[in-house]
Ligand binder design. Sequence first.
Ligand code: ATP
Ligand code: MG
Length: 576
Amino acid sequence: MSSNPSIVNNFIRQIINGDQETGKHGGRVVTRFPPEPNGYLHLGHAKSICLNFGVAGDYAGVCHLRLDDTNPTREDPEFVEAIKADVRWLGFEWDALRHASDYFEVIYRCALKLIGDGKAFVCDLSADEVREYRGTLTEPGRNSPYRERSIAENLDLFQRMRAGEFPDGAKTLRAKIDMSSGNINLRDPALYRIRKTTHQNTGDAWPIYPMYDYAHCISDAVEGITHSLCTLEFEDHRPLYDWCLAQIDLPNHPELTQPLVDAGLRMPVSTPQQIEFARGNLDYTVTSKRKLAALVEDGLVDGWDDPRMPTLAGVRRRGYPAAAIRGFWERAGVSKQVSTIEYSVLEACVREELDASAARRLAVIDPIKLAITNLAGDHAETLTFPNHPKNEAFGTRAVPFARELWIEREDFLEVPVKGFHRLVPGGEVRLRGVGIVKCIEVKKDTSGNVSEVLCTLDATSRPGQEGVERKVKGTIHWVSMRHALEAEVRLFERLFTVADPDDDADGKTYRDHINPDSRRIVRGFVEPSLASVAPGTAFQFERLGYFVTDSRDHAAGKPVFNRIVTLRDSFAKAAK
Ligand code: ATP
Ligand code: MG
């Protein structure tokens, strides 16, 4: 049993608990996260990462990071580095870093064994012909005319495929299973294809590459994986996974894994169990590397780490804490039930984390001027503000206060409406940490827009004053004009305008649903304590939301803030 009582129970942990009781894998738990390095990881992958590393951690087991690089054309070293950085950022460290390509020689030997045992054959059918022979869900397939080739001929042809004698697509190696199986994956599936493409790890050593299903089960077994956790679409592939491993029988054929021993990669071979769980889906987003890659390639976003992207690099730059993503998937749970979680649930997790971890600051992002007429022009004061209202450990900071301030344009309304408790002509409001001001005059520019609000400050309302504390309904924030730093502030909204951008029932695709207002850039003013902040530091700008210094563009003299999330779920309100 798991020794950690705080572990959330789910059906996978129940299976593992059972295996621990029966001693099925000798008490070991070894999992792996196996991304294909053909793009950046996204929020959906985080579910699998949290599950695989989480389960391993809970049972004092280990988790491997395996780059599933069986497909030579689509891989790029940039993606490999990004995957490693993202897994680490999420808070996990792999026990071993492996590549499916580390096992190419073993996988090849396994194929020779299958051929020798009469369980695989070389087929000359073209891709179109294979499709034609395969049958349908309701009709059985037909045997390939090459299915009865002799073992000797198959061995000869396969070795010549490996030697590079045949052009791409000329032949495949296929498993000999059952063309009438109700499961199409068992209708003599391809195990190897010819592809004369340079591979990022193995270079030009291999003109043939193993198919995913075949390579994956062998990779799992030679790494000693005990529980191979994958998403539901692989449920129908499980019989093939089990078939391959049963036929190859790695535990009883150490000669097959000898190349790993020679390379110092030896691990105890296991008979892994594939367990499928439901993919994590989020509304208002797409989680498919292919689609995210298209957004990047077509310039619809500014790269894989654009703060609007659901990639881990994107949400990191956006300022989402890794703990919020872990907590989100923990809360979502793991089951076989396919569901889509509301994006606002993730945002709530982000707020919860940042509420505890982000220091408070003052900033004005849509400024108008407020002048306090009963203070001298050179009035200067330093106020002390707590950095966190609920946690004294954050300490305090000095905030300069002067006669002329920036306040938020929306905190002043020339013509009051019912329920508006901020500043109106003749009305009073509290300036955060300062006291109560009364609006006595409004100045306008030549086009009739309010350019300045003149106020008087009630000296008796200042903090620390003796006497009755006067109450006013509203409190607004401010920064001193003279002291504030100008900053670029990037305000983000959802990247898609519809909850299910993948739904193309109406003939539109996710590309047609991109929100044109998903990024608005404004110039605001922030308090001077933000002058020298490292990139990637998150704050709460009081009353505005959570903001982070941009990890690419922020510099001490040229501050750039990304809005991480607003303080409240304004989206839900607007959608109603
Ligand atoms: P994509 O379509 O985005 O490329 P994929 O599943 O093909 O997704 P892989 O790189 O093969 O991407 O995925 C690595 C691992 O992450 C796999 O085990 C896969 O099942 C898992 N994974 C991918 N997307 C999700 C998701 N939305 N929820 C849970 N696990 C996921
Ligand atoms: Mg994939």
